[in-house]
Design a protein around this ligand. Structure first.
Ligand code: CP
Length: 316
């Protein structure tokens, strides 16, 4: 199967077959990451610009690493040291980057829809590394890769997403990806942090629960979200301490979930706010394996967007 897409804007418009193709390709590339020489020539001659208008540790570094592992030429843009400071618009900035003969732009931007806007006139491919509250497709794909490694299938599995659903692009992309692949999703968090009509998101909708212990009772995995204070223009909960008491995941709360339940967090974590220290470092957590899989998933996305089909040569 060919990917046949110019851009990756979100999972909402990808078929389950395309998602499976990305995950299968990522499995192939993961093997490269454990070699002594972690590099293949698959994207030799391809130029990629990483354009980050918002802070990032994991996404930015793992995209750059993925690009270098595939032998692409890489350039980096950061808002703080760019001519955005002199008033240059998003469109002008991206058209100038494209004029340098860049093939793929990996972008993070604070405005939902920024990537869709650019994709309509840029010839370069756009890969969404997070847009506002809308989507973070490669985060959901790496979360799904981590789950599929452990489960082998998504059918009949339940993932409970906990926390600030309202501001979370990670939640939205996970809901679309997981429900397309046959998993069931529950969302749980303060009513002030639940988007309108949340129950209709994804394929077939999601279950909404406000009681944390009830929400995780049948969960095969929980995905714990950070409270995005930078996106809140009002106080949506009384205090961090009270948030932890009602929606924080401690070892005691985790006992309400099945013993096999996997604990995920997209990072960055606020220990003691949404997740207790002992849970973050506990044996059910797969938070660092998620980060490792992020490199493999981003290699797969870039490779497929560039028109690739994995041949034996690409892995040598
Ligand atoms: N998960 C995630 O997007 O982390 P960063 O903001 O550090 O990229």
């Amino acid at each position: 199967m060919q990917f046949n897409r110019k851009d990756l804007l979100g999972l909402e418009d990808l078929s389950s077959e395309s998602i499976k193709l990305i995950l299968d390709t990522a499995d192939n590339f993961k093997e490269v990451l454990s070699r002594k020489i972690k590099k293949v020539p698959a994207l030799r001659g391809v130029t990629i610009a990483n354009v980050f208008y918002e802070p990032s540790t994991r996404t930015r570094m793992s995209f750059e690493l993925a690009e270098k592992r595939l032998s692409a030429d890489v350039i980096n843009f950061s808002k703080a040291t760019s001519s955005v400071k002199k008033g240059e618009t998003l469109r002008d900035t991206l058209e100038n980057i494209q004029a340098m003969k860049v093939d793929i732009v990996v972008m993070r931007h604070g405005s939902s829809g920024a990537h869709k806007f650019l994709s309509e006139f840029l010839e370069a491919s756009i890969v969404n590394a997070g847009d506002g509250q809308h989507a973070h497709p490669t985060q959901a794909l790496l979360d799904m890769m981590t789950l599929r490694e452990r489960w082998g299938t998504f059918t009949s599995k339940r993932v409970t997403i906990i926390g600030d659903i309202l501001h979370s692009r990670v939640a939205r992309s996970n809901i679309w990806g997981l429900t397309k692949m046959g998993a069931k999703v529950t969302v749980c968090g303060p009513p002030t942090m639940m988007p309108a009509a949340v129950e209709k998101l994804g394929v077939g909708g999601v279950k909404v629960e406000y009681d944390l212990r009830r929400a995780i009772r049948e969960a095969d995995a929980i995905n714990i979200l950070r409270i995005q204070l930078e996106r809140q223009d009002a106080t949506l909960f009384p205090s961090m301490r009270e948030y932890f008491e009602v929606f924080g995941i401690s070892n005691d709360v985790l006992k309400s979930a099945p013993e096999h339940c996997i604990v995920m967090h997209p990072g960055p974590m606020n220990r003691g706010v949404e997740i207790a220290q002992e849970v973050a470092d506990g044996k059910q957590a797969v938070i660092l394996p998620q980060v490792t899989n992020g490199v493999a998933v981003r290699m797969a996305v870039l490779f497929l967007i560039a028109g690739g089909k994995v041949e034996e040569n690409d892995l040598q």
